[in-house]
Design a protein around this ligand. Structure first.
Ligand code: NAP
Ligand code: ZN
Length: 359
C-alpha cells in the first residue's frame, strides 16, 4: 500500500493544502525527500499566489491530485547542498518557479526549454521521478535538484521579487520569442492582474507604448500613475474600443476566464501579434476572418526554461522591476484566493511564509 504523504519521505514538512475542489486550504503535515547528491534544500521565505494555484485548488482543469500544496513563486535560503552541487552553497538566496524536473534528454531540454519537455515535472501536483506527488511553496521547505533552482539577485527584494518566478517569466518569454520588444511599438496588455501588471513593466523597460485593456475601470489611475502605462481602455466601453481599433502591434492576453478574442484582434494593426497566456477552463473561440484579412498571428506560451528565467531575473535586477504586492500571512490565504477570483488584487498576493507558518 502507498505510504501517506507524512510517511513517504524521511524529512518532515508542513504547509497548507486544499483537500477537495472547494479549494479551501488548511494546515497539512507531509514530508520531503532526503537531500540527494544533486539537490539543495531550501527554507522558504516567501511564495507568490498565482491564479494557476487558484485554478488547481478549484480543480478547474480536472487534473488536481488532492491534497494539493500549491505555490510556484518561491524565494528562500539554501540550508543544505548535495555533494555534487556546484552553483549554490548554504546561505544563498534562491528561487524556484513552476518546474522542478524534466527528462534532460529531449530536444526541448537540450535547448534550455525544459518547460516544454514532454516529461516536465511541475513544482506541485506532478508525479516526481520516484512516483510521489510534488508539493509546492505554501510550505516550510522544499528539496529541488540544482538544475531547477535560480540564483536570486541580491538587489531584488525577496517578497516583491517572488512573483517574477512565474508571472515575470510567463510574460517575458513570449515578448522575447515573438519579437515584441521593438522600442516605440504599441503593446496592449489585456487583464491587469499578476501577469498583466508585470507585462506593463517589461513593456516600459523595452521602450514600448503600453495600453492596458481591462474590465476594471477602478484600476485606471494605478495603471497609469503607479505602473507606468501610457493609456487605459475599459473593454466594456464600445466607443473607446472603436477608436483604438487597429492601433496595436502586439497584445499580451492574461485573462484567466473565458472571454471574446474578436475585440482584441480588432485592436491589432496589420501583422499584429496576440499572445494568449491565460488558461481558462474552457476553450476560447477564434474568429478567423480578422486573422486572415489582417495577416494577424495568435500564439501561446508556457512560462520559460531555466536559462531564460535566470536571464529574466537578472534583467529585473538591472532594471529595478519587481511586482506590486500585497503581503499576507498564511492564515489569510483563503481570503486572498477569494479576492483573486474577483480580480481584486493589487497586483499579486505574496505569502510571508517564514514569519507566518506555525504548526
Ligand atoms: P490574475 O492576477 O487573477 O489576473 C487576471 C486578470 O484577468 C484579472 O485581474 C482581470 O483583470 C482579468 N479578468 C479576470 N476575469 C475576467 C473576465 N471574466 N473577463 C475579462 N477579464 C477578466 O491572474 P494571473 O495570476 O495574472 O494569471 C492569469 C492567467 O494566466 C490564469 O489563467 C493563469 O492560470 C494563467 N497563467 C498562465 C501561465 C503560462 O505559462 N501561460 C503562467 C501563469 C499563469 P482586469 O480587472 O484588468 O480586467
Ligand atoms: Zn503561476
Amino acid at each position: 500500500m502507498a505510504k501517506s504523504p507524512e510517511e513517504e519521505h524521511p524529512q518532515k514538512a508542513f504547509g497548507w493544502a486544499a483537500r477537495d475542489s472547494s479549494g479551501v486550504l488548511s494546515p497539512f503535515h507531509f514530508s520531503r525527500r532526503e537531500n540527494g547528491e544533486e539537490d539543495v534544500t531550501i527554507k522558504i521565505l516567501y511564495c507568490g499566489v498565482c491564479h494557476s494555484d487558484l485554478h488547481i485548488v478549484k480543480n478547474d482543469w480536472g487534473f488536481t491530485r488532492f491534497p494539493v500544496v500549491p505555490g510556484h513563486e518561491i524565494v528562500g535560503v539554501v540550508t543544505k547542498t548535495g555533494k555534487n552541487v556546484k552553483k549554490f552553497k548554504v546561505g544563498d538566496r534562491v528561487g524556484v518557479g513552476v518546474l522542478v524536473g524534466s527528462c534532460k534528454k529531449c530536444d526541448s531540454c537540450q535547448q534550455d526549454l525544459e518547460n516544454y519537455c514532454p516529461q516536465v515535472i511541475f513544482t506541485y501536483n506532478s508525479l516526481y521521478h520516484d512516483g510521489t506527488i510534488t508539493y509546492g511553496g505554501y510550505s516550510d521547505a522544499v528539496v529541488v535538484e540544482e538544475r531547477y533552482v535560480l540564483r536570486f539577485p541580491d538587489n531584488l527584494p525577496p517578497d516583491a521579487g517572488a512573483p517574477l518566478l512565474c508571472a515575470g517569466i510567463t510574460v517575458y518569454s513570449p515578448m522575447k520569442y515573438y519579437g515584441m520588444t521593438e522600442p516605440g511599438k504599441h503593446l496592449g496588455v489585456a487583464g491587469l492582474g499578476g501577469l498583466g501588471h508585470v507585462a506593463v513593466k517589461f513593456g516600459k523597460a523595452f521602450g514600448l507604448r503600453v495600453t492596458v485593456i481591462s474590465t476594471s475601470p477602478k484600476k485606471e489611475d494605478e495603471a497609469i500613475n503607479r505602473l507606468g502605462a501610457d493609456a487605459f481602455l475599459v473593454s466594456s466601453d464600445p466607443a473607446k474600443m472603436k477608436v483604438a481599433m487597429g492601433t496595436m502591434d502586439y497584445i499580451i492576453d492574461t485573462v484567466s476566464a473565458v472571454h471574446a478574442l474578436a475585440p482584441l484582434l480588432g485592436l491589432l494593426k496589420l501583422n499584429g501579434k496576440l499572445v494568449t497566456l491565460g488558461l481558462p477552463d474552457k476553450p476560447l473561440e477564434l474568429p478567423i476572418f480578422p486573422l486572415v484579412l489582417g495577416r494577424k498571428l495568435v500564439g501561446g506560451s508556457d512560462v520559460g526554461g531555466m536559462k531564460e528565467t535566470q536571464e529574466m531575473l537578472d534583467f529585473c535586477a538591472e532594471h529595478g522591476i519587481t511586482a506590486d504586492i500585497e503581503l499576507i500571512r498564511m492564515e489569510n490565504v483563503n481570503m486572498a484566493m477569494e479576492r483573486l477570483a474577483k480580480s481584486d488584487v493589487r497586483y499579486r498576493f505574496v505569502i510571508d511564509v517564514a514569519n507566518s507558518l506555525s504548526q
